[in-house]
Ligand binder design. Structure first.
Ligand SMILES: NC(=O)c1ccc[n+]([C@@H]2O[C@H](COP(=O)([O-])OP(=O)(O)OC[C@H]3O[C@@H](n4cnc5c(N)ncnc54)[C@H](O)[C@@H]3O)[C@@H](O)[C@H]2O)c1
Length: 251
């Protein structure tokens, strides 16, 4: 089904994991996608194959989400390629491990907040005028259950909790412009970010059993949630957190 036909979408952190799954699914649903990441070669490899083999409408661009200049170039590229911006998915992020407060250096704190929270803020600030000009749209911020429950690393939790609060604030201030803003809060998902941890003999079983379903999730299970929030079917959904965690925080 072409749920996103003719919608123009920017997806950050799309070189692998959830970002690649979201960008590909959205393009399969008819969207015109600009996929970005700081890892350009990895991004280019799958986008090239998706365009060539699957005939999808996806372009790519190197992008550091902490840079205002990069965001300006990314938004201008989306406009020059496709003429408008309807949907922004702030997905890029880093996880420095389960580091508690006393072991969090100022450098780690600054880096995590800068990529996971300041990046989406700059992205929203840059793209909102274009989404307004398009008559409205949807912003989806990929947070984490770490923003809702403790024990997942001090800087990481603070960045994701901040992202939930940012999204709720934007949902209120942008409702008049027909822009919906929501977060997705994934539990443990098997991606390049978590692969080493999930596949380790010490942590693998513990992580699996954090979820009531007794397994980790897959990127496509997050992409399906993002598709719901991007599509017009979610027209009454704004300012909320879509938790996709196999029941982890209900345990
Ligand atoms: N995997 C999980 O279990 C899990 C759980 C909850 C939330 N999340 C969140 O989901 C999102 C996607 O993560 P993933 O699991 O797919 O991991 P991933 O490492 O595959 O993807 C994250 C991407 O962000 C990119 N990135 C990092 N710094 C960047 C920067 N400064 N500018 C642009 N791109 C940058 C990386 O190159 C990478 O491709 C992240 O925000 C992460 O915090 C992941």
């Amino acid at each position: 089904m072409q749920r996103l036909k003719n919608k123009v979408v920017i997806v950050t952190g799309a070189a692998g994991g959830m970002g690649a799954a979201i960008a590909k699914l959205f393009a399969e649903e008819g969207a015109k996608v600009l996929a970005t990441d700081i890892q350009e070669e990895k991004l280019e490899a799958w986008v090239h194959a998706a365009k060539k083999v699957d005939g999808l409408l996806i372009e790519h661009m190197k992008h550091n989400v902490t840079s205002e200049t990069d965001w300006k170039h990314v938004s201008e590229k989306a406009i020059s390629l496709y003429g408008k911006i309807n949907i922004l998915v702030n997905n890029a992020g880093i996880f420095p491990g389960f580091v508690d407060c006393e072991n969090t250096t100022i450098d780690i704190w600054g880096k995590v907040i800068s990529i996971n929270l300041t990046g989406p803020y700059i992205g929203c600030k840059t793209c909102i005028p274009y989404i307004k000009a398009a008559g409205g749209g949807s912003i989806i911020n990929i947070a984490s259950i770490a923003g809702m429950v403790g024990g997942n690393g001090t800087a990481y939790s603070a960045s994701k909790g901040g992202l939930i609060a940012l999204s709720r604030d934007l949902a209120i201030t942008l409702a008049k412009d027909k822009i919906r803003v929501n977060t997705i809060c994934p539990g443990a998902i098997l991606t390049p970010m978590t692969e080493v941890l999930i596949k380790s003999p010490e942590m693998g079983e513990v992580i699996k059993h954090m979820a009531a379903l007794g397994r980790v999730g897959e990127s496509m299970e997050i992409a399906m949630g993002a598709l719901y929030l991007a599509a017009d079917e979610s027209s009454y959904t704004t300012g909320t957190e879509l938790v996709i965690d196999g029941g982890a925080i209900s345990k």
